[in-house]
Design a protein around this ligand. Structure first.
Ligand code: DOR
Length: 421
């Protein structure tokens, strides 16, 4: 038995915010209350720490199979544990693409040796080529919980509509990467003043906005449900807000870099600030924060996208993507909590409860009888982000060298301490 003493327990579902002890036995929470006195194998003093349900990141590129020089499931899980993330959803843009029962089984097998809980999303179209739908029934049976062509949009609205119906019927979440490839045209950053000044091809915001509108229209007309990935623009946020007001079944996510940074970071010509969608303008970051506050945005994810230093070396040719598992909670605390924009209940809702709810996965609450998946953090500890110290195989963090406030101290999965101590 494990006893965590005197943590500030914050749980959104039971609306708890109290200093309590948490007793864990056989992977489950046995008791949560004040002054638990019992014989245990280990007691951990949690004075000054906050205990929340384990974070769940529903947007992670684990790169396994096929690109394991960037990351593999084991290192990705190590990075997750270090970031307080007790479960995550793998994106399917691997090599081969996750579009078969065999690849799902490969991941499930390897996940057994990983420190955190790993779930799989599958491609919408075979090979993510945008031509032919995968057999969702087969993929669901093999264990997929979501479908997405993330990294690429589904170019055909007809095919996306068919996918929405098929996924909804099977209870699979369908996640849309909203990008018009003709408009984006291989750009390296947001299209705007900075891209013009740098002489770099830009990705126009309309690329994201137009496909966000399309998905909302499809969901409206098909009485469907869709989740919009990595929202970055003011207009996309406004469209999703209006859709929700119309009771259209749309949910969405954003990542810390979209509320913490802007295209100004690209002036360094450092490819570690390149991702897709790109960093936008201050008005976009402000709109993202307002949408987090009014619940238009349901989740904060990382879009953890490892790339090697060699791949990131040349600004113009580097692939898009940044890692985020080891900084997401700290960045959210720094830019949203310590600035008074959101409270700890919001963090639990955005990073623990809603992602699981959208994917139909159990957990996200601290209560007796629940699996002991818990994140303990010091909300006030300041630290410098040094990517060389990360558990991830890659170093492409856009929070590198920043001072963040809030640090994960322990991560517990099924009652085991997988990080800290
Ligand atoms: O920046 C990104 N990187 N955006 C994506 O959609 C894909 C991802 C990747 O796989 O590297």
């Amino acid at each position: 038995m494990l006893l965590f003493k005197n943590a500030r327990v914050v749980d959104y579902i039971s609306i708890t915010d109290k200093k309590q002890d948490i007793l864990i036995n056989a992977g489950e929470i046995l008791a949560i209350s004040e002054n638990i006195e019992t014989e245990v194998s280990k007691t951990i003093d949690c004075e000054g720490l906050v205990a929340i349900p384990g974070l769940f990141d529903m947007h992670v590129h684990a790169r396994d199979p096929g690109q394991t020089h960037k990351e593999d499931l084991l290192t990705c899980a190590e990075a997750a544990a270090a970031g307080g993330v007790t479960g995550f959803l793998c994106m399917p843009n691997t090599e081969p693409v996750i579009d078969s029962a065999e690849t799902i089984k490969y991941i499930a097998e390897k996940a057994k040796d990983c420190k955190v809980k790993i779930y799989t999303s599958c491609a919408i179209t075979k090979g993510q080529k945008g031509k032919e739908l995968c057999d969702f029934a087969v993929l669901a049976k093999a264990g997929a919980v979501a479908v997405t062509d993330d990294g690429r949009p589904v170019r055909s609205a007809q095919l996306m509509g068919e996918a929405m119906i098929a996924a909804n019927d099977l209870g699979l979440a369908i996640i849309s990467h909203c990008e018009d490839l003709d408009i984006a045209c291989g750009g390296a950053m947001n299209a705007g003043i900075v891209s013009i000044e740098l002489g770099v091809r830009g990705i126009h915001r309309v690329s994201e906005n137009i496909i966000t509108s399309r998905e909302i229209d499809l969901a409206r007309d098909l009485y469907g449900k869709v989740h919009i990935a990595h929202v970055s623009t003011k207009e996309a946020v406004a469209k999703i807000r209006a859709a929700k007001a119309e009771n259209i079944n749309v949910t969405c996510e954003t990542a810390p870099h979209y509320f913490a940074l802007t295209e100004e970071a690209l002036r360094t010509r450092d490819a570690d600030y390149r991702m897709n969608p790109p960093l936008r303008l201050q008005k976009d970051a402000d709109a993202i924060i307002a949408a987090i506050q009014d619940k238009t945005i349901d989740c904060i994810i990382t879009d953890h996208a490892p790339h090697s230093p060699e791949e990131k070396a040349d600004f113009r040719t580097a692939p898009n993507g940044v890692i985020g598992l080891e900084t997401s909670l700290a960045a959210t605390l720094t830019f949203l909590y310590h600035t008074g924009k959101i409270n700890l209940f919001d963090i639990v809702r955005l990073m623990c409860v809603n992602p699981r709810k959208i994917l139909g996965i159990d957990g996200g609450k601290l209560a007796v009888g629940e699996s002991a998946d818990i994140t303990l953090f010091d909300p006030d500890e300041e630290w410098h982000v040094e990517p060389d110290k990360f558990k991830s195989k890659s170093r492409n963090s856009c929070f590198k060298n920043m001072k963040l406030k809030g640090r994960v101290k322990y991560t517990i999965v099924d009652g085991e301490i997988v990080y800290g101590g």
